[in-house]
Design a protein around this ligand. Structure first.
Ligand code: MN
Length: 244
């Protein structure tokens, strides 16, 4: 239920209760029955189901422990990700964005003045991509193939890529995301702040907003990043994205 529907509904309920109370009072016969409360304004047509929905997590909330605890995942997914969905539905209600696809909303609002819509829409997409960028018993190195070949071609060794990625994700100032992207035909590590979009085609992402790790690691972001890289990173997902 959106805010407007809630308020209309509340007003209707109050009018209804006031009318009932007035009727009850009139049965005592001590005073003339007051004029009946005005009928509530006709409710608008029932609102359509929200256009933007929370995608399912690809695993159970405890599946990434101990690197990411069930508590962190339940709040990150069930509260933060859900809030972006709820916010976007509310901000988009009654606008041209209300019935658009998420990716079209992001494209239409990127760099414009509809920051609340862009931020929430992009955060929905980033989080969906982040859940897929991890898997239980992930990490290690990518399977032999184009992804590993391109990483080695770009960084010399997978170990050098690992060091650079961990450094960038550990040091990014403030809230943001660190991505492996294909930009043109070159692999890059991209750092973005808040909800900004990465350049090129995203292959993999780590969320380094504090809400992603603070319950488990407090200020020790690097421990989260190292655990994420070595034990959760979903290289199969990155390889699929490179191929697509
Ligand atoms: Mn997040």
């Amino acid at each position: 239920m959106d805010r407007r529907t809630f308020l209309v509904g509340s007003a209707s309920a109050l009018s209804f209760l006031a009318a009932r109370k007035a009727e009850a009072g009139s049965t005592k016969g001590k005073s003339p029955a007051p004029a009946p409360a005005p009928a509530p304004a006709a409710a608008a047509a029932a609102p359509a189901a929200p256009n933007f929905t929370l995608p399912e997590l690809p695993y159970k909330e405890d599946a990434l422990a101990p690197v990411i605890s069930a508590l962190t995942l339940s709040i990150h997914y069930g509260k933060h990700h859900r809030a972006y969905v709820d916010n976007l539905n509310n901000f988009a209600a009654g606008t041209e964005f209300a019935t658009m696809k998420l990716e079209d909303v992001i494209k239409a609002t990127n760099g414009g003045d509809k920051m609340a819509i862009f931020n929430n829409a992009a955060q929905i997409a980033h989080h969906t991509f982040y859940w897929k960028s991890m898997k239980p018993a992930g990490g290690g190195t990518p399977a032999a193939g184009p992804l590993l070949d391109q990483i080695v071609k770009t960084w010399g060794t997978f170990e050098k890529f690992r060091t650079d990625f961990i450094d960038d994700a550990s040091r990014l100032f403030g809230s943001g995301w660190v991505w492996l992207v294909l930009d043109g035909d070159v692999l890059k590590i991209a750092k973005t702040s808040n909800a900004a979009l990465p350049p090129g085609k995203a292959l993999l992402v780590i969320d380094v907003w504090e809400h992603a790790y603070y319950l488990d690691y407090q200020n020790r972001r690097k421990e989260y990043v190292v655990g994420w890289f070595d034990k959760l990173a979903n290289w199969d997902f990155a390889a699929e994205n490179l191929k697509a």
